[in-house]
Design a protein around this ligand. Structure first.
Ligand code: PMP
Length: 414
């Protein structure tokens, strides 16, 4: 049997990506992917935010290969190693300190959900409260703690057990007529509200998988004030929209706020290699030895690649470039896609944009047509009706526009 048929037989019924992109991919470089027939695709998916620095980034690759060639230590659990020390030092001195950010860095595990789980655990321990609030429309991961935060019904359906001690507050974009901050205050103050005070409020400053919903600067500032006033931790989940995706390295910088804790994963692993970070203000460093551990928190290649990724980001002005390219997308959408009869709305920030169409079927047909024309692009949102534009941040202007042209043609039924 041809490898593709064999693959479909095993995978297609359960793995949605292999259904949506029915080719076997063999190579990738920069913002391009290639299938087994050598066909080229522009990547507007970027591994759901894991490939901000592009596929097989030459600068990072060289550092990784050199490290392997040198027989550098590969795995070390929690032991001290040179790559770990170098990554921490670089991250602190070149990224956190210049931004006035003072946080402890905890290697939480290999993935985003590990980072979120760790913060969930720590927030509850710090405040000695079990209740957590998160937003309707949010996505925070798929393991039992993080999925209790995730509001998406389809994801929650996989849990198989009750998902307790999380209350989902209305996201302001869903209820424009409601003052959601006032509503939250009422939940706390009214002893008949039936909702317990949370240890923390988790927020993605831009809900990515939820359909590219951008929380305003005013809202984020108001939430910071609300949390301070009520002794609640503000936790930002930057797993998908961190690492410069929105035009600043940390997504919350846009609002000039400092969360009490935040998560990072995906592109922080540079190449990317697996890395999930739980970041928290030093006063919350309450774990004793043994209270948080895990084998794959000590992947040294991740640390080598993560440091190289940060170097690459700074040396190439990735934040400013992302803002500039974001304007290209904004202008393109305004000129060519807003007002299209098939399009309900467009919205976004940096290099994360959503094109909302009528329904799931329409969006699916558009992304399938786009794929046939050589564009890999995914969907998001509660009804899967938001087409998510998320290229690697290093994409050339030319490829960015070529990808948008394919999307436009696909929207128009071509
Ligand atoms: N938080 C956010 C905001 C995410 O977008 C994701 C992944 N889509 C996760 C957490 C979970 O990350 P992972 O898939 O690496 O577990």
């Amino acid at each position: 049997m041809h490898s593709k048929e064999l693959f479909s037989e095993y995978e297609a019924n359960v793995r949605s990506y292999s259904r949506s992109f029915p080719e076997i991919f063999t190579k990738a470089k920069g913002a391009k992917m290639y299938d087994e027939n050598g066909r080229e695709y522009i990547d507007f998916f970027a591994g759901a935010g894991a490939l901000n620095y592009g596929h097989n980034n030459d600068y990072i690759k060289e550092k990784v290969i050199d490290y392997i060639q040198s027989d550098g230590i590969m795995h070390s659990l929690d032991m001290m190693t040179a790559p770990k020390a170098e990554f921490i030092e670089f991250f602190e001195k070149k990224v956190l300190e210049p931004r006035g950010l003072d946080y402890k860095i905890m290697f939480a595990g290999p993935t985003g959900t590990n980072a979120v789980e760790s913060l969930l655990k720590l927030a509850r321990k710090v405040k000695k409260r079990e209740m957590i609030w998160a937003y309707m429309g949010c996505f925070h991961g798929m393991t039992l703690g993080s999925i209790s935060l995730t509001s998406d019904a389809a994801s929650r359906a996989g849990a198989g057990v009750g998902l307790d001690n999380v209350y989902h507050i209305p996201a302001p974009y869903m209820f424009p007529e409601l003052d959601t901050i006032k509503f939250m205050q009422t939940l706390l103050d009214d002893d008949h509200s039936g909702v317990e005070k949370p240890a923390a409020i988790f927020i993605e400053t831009v809900q990515a998988d939820g359909g590219v919903n951008v929380f305003s600067v005013e809202y984020l500032k108001a939430l910071r004030e609300f949390c301070d006033k009520n002794d609640i931790l503000m936790v930002v989940d930057d797993v998908q929209v961190g690492c410069a995706r929105t035009g600043t390295f940390f997504s919350f910088e846009r609002a000039g706020i400092k969360p009490d804790m935040f998560s990072l994963s995906k592109s922080i692993g540079g190449y990317p290699f697996p890395m999930g970070l739980a970041m928290f203000k030093p006063e919350y460093d309450l774990w004793k030895p043994g209270e948080h551990s895990g084998t794959f928190r000590g992947i040294q290649l991740s640390m080598v690649a993560a440091k190289a990724g940060l170097e690459f980001m700074l040396d190439n002005n990735i934040e400013a470039e992302t803002r500039r390219k974001g304007e290209i997308v904004r202008e393109y959408l305004e000129k060519n896609i807003d007002g299209d009869p098939n399009v309900i709305a467009t919205r976004g920030i940096g290099l994360l944009w959503g094109v909302e169409v009528k329904d799931d079927a329409t969006a699916g047909a558009i992304t399938a047509r786009a794929f046939k024309k050589g564009l890999v692009i995914e969907r998001a949102g509660r009804d899967n009706a938001v087409i998510k534009i998320m290229p690697p941040l290093i994409i050339s202007d030319e490829d960015l526009i070529a990808g948008l042209d394919i999307l436009k043609a696909a929207i128009d039924g071509e």
